[in-house]
Structure formats: structure tokens, C-alpha cells
Ligand binder design. Structure first.
Ligand code: ATP
Length: 445
């Protein structure tokens, strides 16, 4: 493959990068990139991957490892690199979730674990409920009821994610109660009468961290394969995941780029570290860069985001938008309501008026709420019905899944296109869509 000279390399699929992004892209040490919503964090990583791979700065026998927290984020990043680079180049970009990466490590190096911590060869992933965690704590307390300090210790266990994040397997600094609990917690997941372990992702993370910390061979082979590492949504890194990252890459030659926005931290409840950017910058001697252009939102929305961002961090820098206002009049504003009924009534009335005023369709409107839509559904449905409008809660549970996940399934899309085609005499768009889906199904594309 012919490499591009680094000073001749140009971004792919976008016109340019902002000056701070150029600086961070060319930086050959660990860096942290702080950027608000829509500032192009994912795009930046895709461009940096293209830059390093196409210029040969990431040698052809090495790969870039990109770690995200959610499957769709990992896929989105991989797709962007695929769109921007040739197959030969994008094949060396490995994008996966933290959990997939640590699970993969356990699957390959399970034998590096001490026998009593080793899951069975074939194991299942478990998702312990809050209730199961409580039961685990209470059986532990029953076993160690007389131990000195057991009361305050079990209080600490109430935030299980945080506790697990604070203890490393085999760490000589652990107190004996910490060590006993960790062993108990792991053995409950590993030893089952049918011989099939049921292991949670936090346990897999902890076991993988143990392997890379204690096994030079595994650690060196990961470092050798991935001299360049990206971590997306870094604000949501848990204590255990951070430990894993630092056990593998700290004090190595790896260039780690951590991208995120501490103001968008959503996983605090799941044990995400509050000060993760500061710690990363100290541990990896990483230089901080901020992206100050928003590429997604209208200027009014960016101004509102800034008001909210300032409430979280007084020193936050103002972001500009690269977009123009597409809506005449107000595009975004903040309303304060005294209670949920007043809010729902106002929203329903506003939608009904706007619908008439702009001759739009009810399906052009979507209401996003904080956390649980079912907390708002009843009131919103009631007030919308007074204007002849109905509401569909897409996060409603259907069996193990939700309506929105079900609607995004390829098979659901196929059936709904089929239904749309059957409902009216002619629907060219549905016809084309269905014809192409059927060609793919029959493998005649
Ligand atoms: N330099 C750029 N020039 C033009 N468009 C860009 C640029 N960077 C990003 N974009 C576009 O802006 C949009 C938002 O970018 P992206 O998804 O990377 O943002 P993000 O910061 O990762 O978002 P989020 O806050 O949701 O995590 C995308 O459509 C992307 O293609």
C-alpha cells in the first residue's frame, strides 16, 4: 500500500477540522479530547484513525484499538472508518466495546487465571438484579456475622459497582474482609452444580484486569498489537474499566486518545469515575484539547446547551456552531412548569397549534423525556387526547425488549414495509425498499 505523507493528508468526507482538532490529530502522545454534544468526537476519532493508518504512522503490522461503551457507538465508529478508508486500511481498525474486549481476553487466556477464579470453558453471561445483589450481601453477612467491622463493610457493599471498582483481585493491600467478599462474589458466579459458570461483565472486567496485571506475556502481546488506542465516551469509564486500561497501557509506549465530555456522564450510578479525565491526564501524561465547534445543532440549541453546561461547569468555554438556523422564529427555548400536569397541558396545546400552523403531521413530532417515559405517559396521553392526538411510547417493554429496539430490527422493518405496501394502492418507496430487501434475502443483490 502507498502511504500518504502526513503533511499532505486531508480529512475524508468532511471539508476540514477545527484548529484544535488538527492539533490533537497530529499529536503523537496520549491526549484527552473534551467536547460537548455534536462537536464531532466520533468524527474526530474516525479521521484520526484514517490519518494514522493512511500515512503509515500506525505501521502496517499493527492495529488501532478503539473502545466504546455501547455496541451501537462501537459500530458507528467502525462504520465511519469503513466509509472513509479502503478495506485494507479499515481492517486494521478494531472497534469494540469494553465488555467485548475483556470477554474476548477471558475466552483466550482463561487458563492464566488461578483455578478457583477460572470460569468454565463454556460460560453464560449473567446480569444480576438488585435483589440478587442484596441476597448475595446477606448470605455473606450470615457467613461472617461475627467479624469485626462487618456492619460498616456491608454498608460499603450497598453500592456494589463502586465497591467492585475499588478492589483488585489478588491485591496484597486488600483487607481480609475485602478479599473474602471478592472471593465469595466470584465463586458465586463461577461454581454452579451443572458446571456452567454464570459470569457478569463486572466480574469479567475484574478477571481480565487480573490477567493483564499478572501476566507479562498477555500484557506485552496486547501492547504489541495495539500501539494506538482510542477510548470513546471516556466520561462513562468505570473504576474497574479504568484499572484495566491502566494495567494494560500505563507506562507503555501506547498512544491513548480519550474522548468524551464530563458533562455528559450518565453512568455514575453504574460506578463511572467522576474524575476520570484528570486521572487519565496525570497517569498517561496526556495533554488536554477542547473541540469548540458544534456540527450538529442549530445556533439556538447550542446557546441553550451553553447555559446548561455553565450550570455544571462555570469555566466551560463557549461553543460555536457550524450550522445555520433552518427554522424561522424560535427553534429552541426553555419553559419552566410548576408540575407535570401544567407541563403536559402546555406541551399538548403547543403541538396541536404548531401542527395546524405549519400543516405538519403528528408523526413529525417526538417528545424526549428525562429517564423513564412511563412516568410521563399517562398525563401526556390525556392532554394530547383532548386535542385529538395520540401518543406512542417507544420505550414500552415488549417481552425482553422495548418497542424502539424492536422497531429497529431488520425483520420488523421488512414486515412493516410489507404492511405499508398492502395498505395503499401504490407506494413506490415501500416497493423499492421491499424489492431491495428481498434481493438481499435471496442473496441475488
Ligand atoms: N469537522 C466536521 N465538519 C463537518 N461535519 C462534521 C465535522 N465533525 C463532525 N461532523 C458531523 O457532525 C455530526 C456530529 O458529529 P459526531 O457524531 O462525531 O459528534 P459527537 O460529538 O460524537 O456527538 P455526541 O455528542 O452525540 O457523542 C455528524 O453528522 C458528523 O458527520
Amino acid at each position: 500500500m502507498k502511504f500518504i505523507r502526513p503533511d499532505h493528508w486531508q480529512p475524508k468526507g468532511i471539508d476540514d477540522l477545527e484548529p484544535n482538532a488538527w492539533q490533537a490529530l497530529r499529536q503523537r502522545e496520549s491526549t484527552s479530547i473534551i467536547a460537548g454534544p455534536g462537536a464531532g468526537k466520533t468524527e474526530f476519532l474516525a479521521q484520526k484513525a484514517a490519518y494514522l493508518l493512511e500515512t503509515g504512522l500506525c505501521p502496517s503490522n499493527k492495529k488501532i484499538l478503539a473502545i466504546s461503551f455501547k455496541t451501537d457507538a462501537a459500530k458507528n465508529l467502525a462504520d465511519r472508518v469503513k466509509e472513509r478508508c479502503s478495506e485494507e486500511v479499515s481492517n486494521r481498525f478494531i472497534s469494540m466495546t469494553f465488555d467485548a474486549f475483556t470477554k474476548n481476553l477471558i475466552d483466550r487466556f482463561r487458563m492464566a487465571l488461578p483455578e478457583h477464579h477460572r470460569p468454565s470453558k463454556r460460560y453464560e453471561i449473567s446480569f444480576p438484579s438488585f435483589h440478587q445483589e442484596k441476597q448475595l450481601i446477606s448470605s455473606f453477612r450470615n457467613n461472617f456475622g461475627n467479624a469485626v467491622g462487618i456492619y460498616s463493610f456491608t454498608q460499603r457493599l450497598q453500592n456494589m459497582n463502586q465497591f467492585i471498582g475499588s478492589v483488585r483481585i489478588g491485591d496484597p493491600k486488600l483487607s481480609w474482609l475485602e478479599e473474602e467478599f471478592l472471593t465469595f462474589w466470584l465463586s458465586q458466579q463461577i461454581n454452579y452444580p451443572d458446571g456452567v459458570s454464570r459470569v457478569s461483565f463486572p466480574a469479567l472486567n475484574r478477571l481480565a484486569e487480573y490477567i493483564v496485571r499478572t501476566n507479562d506475556h498477555v500484557r506485552r502481546s496486547i501492547r504489541a498489537s495495539y500501539p494506538i488506542v482510542f477510548v470513546d465516551e471516556f466520561q462513562d469509564t468505570t473504576f474497574a474499566q479504568y484499572d484495566f486500561l491502566s494495567s494494560v497501557f500505563k507506562s507503555s509506549e501506547a498512544e491513548v486518545t480519550a474522548v468524551g465530555d464530563y458533562k455528559q456522564r450518565i453512568m455514575g450510578w453504574a460506578g463511572a469515575k467522576g474524575d476520570v479525565f484528570h486521572q487519565f491526564e496525570a497517569d498517561f501524561s496526556a495533554e488536554r484539547h477542547s473541540l469548540l465547534l458544534n456540527h450538529r445543532s442549530s445556533p439556538e440549541l447550542v446557546r441553550i446547551q451553553h447555559v446548561i453546561a455553565q450550570a455544571i461547569d462555570h469555566e466551560v468555554r463557549e461553543v460555536q456552531t457550524s450550522n445555520i438556523n433552518l427554522i424561522s422564529g424560535d427553534a429552541a427555548w426553555i419553559c419552566c412548569s410548576y408540575n407535570i400536569n401544567q407541563e403536559a397541558a402546555h406541551l399538548a396545546e403547543w403541538i396541536a397549534n404548531d401542527l395546524l400552523g405549519r400543516s405538519l403531521n403528528p408523526r413529525n413530532y417526538s417528545i424526549l423525556v428525562r429517564q423513564k417515559p412511563e412516568d410521563y405517559e399517562q398525563q401526556l396521553s390525556y392532554y394530547l387526547a383532548q386535542h385529538g392526538l395520540s401518543l406512542r411510547n417507544e420505550s414500552v417493554k415488549i417481552g425482553q425488549t422495548t418497542l424502539q429496539d424492536l422497531l429497529a430490527e431488520e425483520l420488523t422493518i421488512l414486515f412493516s414495509t410489507l404492511l405499508r405496501l398492502g395498505l395503499v394502492r401504490r407506494n413506490a418507496q415501500a416497493w423499492n425498499q421491499l424489492s431491495s430487501d428481498i434481493r438481499i434475502l435471496r442473496n441475488t443483490n
